[in-house]
Design a protein around this ligand. Structure first.
Ligand SMILES: CN(C)[C@H]1CCc2nc(NC(=O)c3cccc([C@H]4CCCN4C(=O)Nc4cccc(C#N)c4)c3)sc2C1
Length: 413
């Protein structure tokens, strides 16, 4: 082969081995599976070209799906979480015996809504953060109905349970607020705003240290550090005024919206309830928009002035909010002064609550969840070629192996 042809072949091979390239081998295999899934309908097979393609490639697609990682590789242990488009299961990988948390998102739910590309941010952040503050994505795969994300199991459960089980002393609040601040700084430094920081998204590992776990509402900041979004996201109680006001209109806001949510979280740890709680959504929104007058501290709870000062510094207009000039102003706040933990040693320190676990699949820190037995919605038979699986091409990910990467076949393969 002449030099020019060899050079061009090398370029293509390099692209095919590059995990960040859409020419990556996993993307190409996704394409075959997606195309077969989208063609494999009797109505479409009336077209000769489609019928012949499906007949020829369906066996290959089945072989690809069977050889690559798939849901049959895992034993289901227990349902440990549920969200709008799916659920999280505790599973054990059959061949390695390793336990994982596997999130399963319904493709059908996502096809019904135009703004459903949220799972790409979640995949990117958990796959590439490589941070002790972020739950790690180990594998991602898909079948004709679902997306699957295989992640770290966090046996300590979420901090909502911890707040329910304990009356949290200020000292503990220092620890957990420090860890949330460092975790959010990691997301911000990756170029994302989280937008839905709440105790449900804060999980504990087996030591009792915190990781952020749900990134469906994360959005990439523009060059100016702002996101432009018209869909208000987040859970009412923790949502900042500027994100709230972005409902319907294109409103710009930045990472400081996450610091508001930290203020809500700190208030809730210390007072046992969120500051703008109301028994209606409108009531809560009203209090948030009028936070200057609606923020108050219950007299009967003994809280330090530093704690109140930090809460006020977060629960203020974004133009005045602590953290708008970066995390150093937050780290310097007197509330964090203590004789045990610092922002630099906290990950090496012993957390206030260390989970007592008896096995690697101990789910004592997860409430039982009844599966909402809604009849599994099936896809309507497409009238024409809908390409319903095309938006999911490229989702497949294996953190520990890249197809075609090793020059020689793996010895133990
Ligand atoms: C704009 N709209 C269309 C989109 C906005 C963003 C968005 N996010 C969704 N997200 C979901 O549908 C979903 C599914 C299962 C679990 C969870 C979380 C919420 C409850 C627990 N959970 C979670 O991720 N847990 C988790 C994660 C990692 C490790 C462990 C453990 N151990 C546990 C979320 S649907 C949707 C619609």
């Amino acid at each position: 082969m002449d030099v020019e042809r060899r050079r061009r072949a090398n370029t293509l091979e390099r692209e095919m081995r590059d995990p960040t390239s859409i020419c990556n081998v996993d993307c190409l295999l996704d394409t075959v599976s997606a195309l077969v899934s989208d063609c494999d309908h009797d109505t479409l097979k009336r077209l000769k070209n489609i019928e012949q393609y499906a007949a020829k490639y369906k066996p290959l697609a089945q072989r690809i799906n069977q050889l690559r990682m798939n849901v049959e590789d895992f034993d289901f242990i227990k349902l440990i979480g549920a969200g709008a488009f799916g659920e999280v299961q505790l599973v054990r990988h059959k061949s390695s015996s390793q336990v994982y948390a596997m999130k399963r998102l319904s493709k059908f739910e996502m096809m019904k809504r135009p703004d459903s590309a949220f799972f790409w941010e979640e995949r990117h952040i958990m796959a590439h953060a490589n941070s002790e503050w972020i739950v790690q994505l180990h594998f991602a795969f898909q079948d004709s109905k679902y997306l699957y994300m295989v992640m770290d199991f966090m046996p300590g459960g979420d901090i909502v349970s911890l707040m329910g089980d304990y009356d949290i002393p200020e000292k503990w609040a220092i620890f957990y607020t420090m860890e949330v601040v460092l975790a959010l700084d990691t997301i911000h430094n990756m170029g994302f705003v989280h937008r839905d920081v709440k105790p449900d998204n804060m999980l504990h590992d087996n030591y009792g240290h915190l990781k952020l776990a749900d990134f469906g509402t994360c959005m990439r900041m523009g060059a100016n550090g702002q996101v432009v979004s018209s869909n208000a996201v987040g859970t009412p109680d923790y949502i900042s005024p500027e994100v709230l006001q972005s409902q319907g209109v294109d409103n710009e806001y930045g990472r400081e919206c996450d610091w508001w949510s930290v203020g809500i979280f700190l208030y809730e740890m210390l007072f046992g309830e969120t500051p703008f709680y109301a028994d209606s959504l409108v009531g809560t929104y009203g209090k948030i928009m009028d936070h200057k007058n609606s923020l108050s501290f219950p007299q009967e709870v003994e809280i330090s002035e530093q704690a109140k000062a930090l809460i006020r510094a977060f629960l203020t207009d974004r133009t005045q909010r602590l953290g708008r000039y970066g995390i150093d102003d937050i780290k310097a706040h007197p509330f964090f002064r203590n004789d045990t933990w610092s922002f630099d040693n906290i990950r090496e320190s012993v957390p206030p609550v260390v989970p007592e676990l008896t096995s690697d699949d101990d789910t004592r820190n997860f409430e039982d969840i009844e599966r909402d037995e809604k009849p599994e919605e099936v896809f309507p038979v497409p009238k024409g070629f809908d390409g319903n699986h095309l938006p999911f091409i490229g989702f497949t990910y294996t953190g520990d192996y890249q197809l075609l990467s090793s020059d020689t076949v793996d010895a133990e393969a």
